[in-house]
Design a protein around this ligand. Structure first.
Ligand code: SF4
Ligand code: SF4
Length: 296
């Protein structure tokens, strides 16, 4: 199974889990709820009063230590496989823009949409409307973790009496539309602090997306791209310089240059290289491994 299919399956399971969790009750209490209504915290059917939340800093400490340890071992596995930003971008770009509206090609994310055509402009607005509808569903589902669904639906019968709740929903929708439609992967590169922190947590054993330059050849020997086509190779280097891995990258980087802060570990470049090298009866030059695995 390709990495893309595994990722889509992971996204589906996570989405179902996140959507269903607010409705799950154990012994009459919610599975997960930080109630803004009754000022208590429900976790796995247990209810904790606000006075007991002094344990929160310790829980947060363990959470952060866990995240740092996970990053040190498995790199940006969160970014590519579980982060809502990545999942929402895949839904908007790959499902709505590419699959439903045929505005893009899944194999080439570098090519901008041609808006000189009226049909493409209309499709863009259809995509925007679809995303706004999905954003409302996401925002409401998010609020279920703070206002129980049973109370939420009661409140929405008289929205004028619950303007703060309504304001929260509209603010989340506005953010989601701006972030997913206009800001795109720039959020991961320029806004998300996690992408910066994790670059100092890596060592040679950290799992990440790696290009095997021992097999493929050094495209950037001095950090500058000096190999542009296969005729420039002198030895047995296997990279065909087709750039399928570059065209498919959602963050617009060339992984053959090595680890870069923009990479979200989605492994789409690995799938692209697999299909190119597969036709030659060889394995992908890009895979999920460690720097040590290339050095060996
Ligand atoms: S280089 Fe691009 S396509 Fe490859 S894993 Fe990183 S973000 Fe994804
Ligand atoms: S897809 Fe593979 S063969 Fe093609 S340029 Fe990228 S690394 Fe080289």
């Amino acid at each position: 199974m390709s990495y893309s299919k595994k990722r889509y399956l992971t996204y589906l399971i996570l989405t179902i889990f996140i959507m269903v969790t607010p409705f799950i009750k154990i012994d009459g209490n919610h599975m997960l709820l930080l109630s803004f209504v009754s000022y208590d915290f429900h976790f796995l059917g247990n209810v904790y009063n606000m006075n007991e939340l002094f344990i929160m800093p310790f829980l947060l400490m363990f959470l952060f230590i866990g995240i740092f340890a996970m990053t040190s071992m498995f790199g940006r596995v969160w970014c590519g496989w579980a982060c809502p930003q990545t999942i929402f971008r895949v839904v908007y770009r790959d499902l709505i823009e590419t699959f439903l509206l045929k505005l893009r090609r899944i194999k080439n994310k570098q090519k901008d949409i041609d808006y000189s055509k009226t049909s493409n402009k209309i499709k863009k607005y259809i995509g925007l409307i679809l995303w706004i509808i999905l954003s409302f569903i996401i925002a409401i589902n998010f609020m279920f973790y703070f206002v129980p669904p049973e109370d939420f639906f009661e409140y929405m019968k008289r929205p004028q009496e619950h303007l703060i709740l309504v304001m929260f929903i509209f603010s989340i929708v506005t953010f989601l539309v701006y972030d997913i439609v206009f800001m795109k992967e720039h959020f991961c590169t320029y806004v998300c602090p996690y992408s910066r922190i994790q670059s100092v947590l890596y060592d040679n054993n950290t799992k990440q997306v790696v290009y095997n330059h021992n097999r493929g050849g050094m495209i950037y020997p001095n950090n500058e791209k000096s190999i542009f086509n296969v005729k420039q190779w002198s030895g047995n280097e296997e990279c065909t310089t087709c750039e399928a891995c570059v065209k498919v990258c959602p963050t617009h980087i060339d992984i053959r240059k090595g680890l870069q802060v923009e990479c979200i570990n989605c492994l789409e470049c690995s799938d692209a290289c697999s299909s190119v090298m597969g036709k030659l009866g060889k394995k992908s030059l890009i895979y999920w491994g460690s720097t040590n695995s290339v050095l060996l």
